[in-house]
Write a protein that binds this ligand. Structure first.
Ligand SMILES: [Zn+2]
Length: 213
């Protein structure tokens, strides 16, 4: 498995380029910004991008998707519950002082039990509402790897105070879908350092309580 993790944009969103070493087919997850750098990685590994997968419709994760689609022709996938957030990218841009990336068109919705693919690499889509209604995580069972978006971080969980956020839902998603994965699963969060399910199970303070008051 080829896997490059590139922090992009002012909020340093972890963009993943995942490729099959044999077929050279690839998916790009969360191309929030810095598409020129993402394209250099794709060129370096001689990859063909087949899918652009967005974990949720926050601007730092989706802002560069249209540029990448124009360069690669690959479809953009996002859970339909985040379409409303996608319509307010201009407002989101103003929040963090980023340039409005313009309209982002989604080619297909992805939801629970769907799969996304890059050659022989297959990830199960876990619908994990809480950070946003349409948040998803991508689980590669053969590679024991989880792309967590902003649902789970090393020592923390995604914020739930933005539109569409719910602390009850994120805790439910984490307990019912994310923390059922094996301890040795490598977690690639939407921002910051990598971790494992086992490490978070042991020490993440947000997972040691069943709800927030
Ligand atoms: Zn987010």
């Amino acid at each position: 498995m080829i896997h490059e993790i590139l922090p992009v944009g002012p909020l340093q969103c972890n963009c993943s380029v995942i490729g099959d070493e044999t077929t050279r087919e690839a998916m790009v997850i969360d191309p929030g910004d810095d598409i020129a750098s993402v394209l250099l990685l794709i060129e370096k590994h001689d990859l063909t991008v087949k899918q652009i997968v967005i974990t949720h419709a926050h601007i730092d994760h989706v802002g560069g998707a249209m540029k990448l689609r124009a360069a690669t022709g690959a479809p953009i996938l996002l859970n339909q519950n985040d379409y409303a957030l996608l319509k307010m990218l201009d407002v989101q841009a103003a929040w963090i002082g980023m340039k409005d990336p313009g309209k982002v068109e989604i080619d297909n919705s992805i939801g629970q039990a769907d799969t996304v693919k890059a050659g022989s690499l297959v990830a199960d889509v876990l619908h994990t509402p809480g950070h946003t209604e349409g948040s998803v995580c991508l689980y590669f069972p053969t590679e024991s790897k989880l792309i967590a978006g902003d649902t789970l971080f090393a020592g923390s969980v995604g914020r739930t105070d933005l539109p569409g956020g719910s602390s009850e839902k994120i805790i439910k998603s984490l307990h019912e879908k994310v923390m059922t994965l094996p301890d040795d699963t490598l977690v690639v969060p939407g921002h910051g350092p990598l971790t494992t399910i086992g490490e978070e199970r042991e020490s993440n303070p947000f997972l040691l309580r069943s709800s927030w008051e």
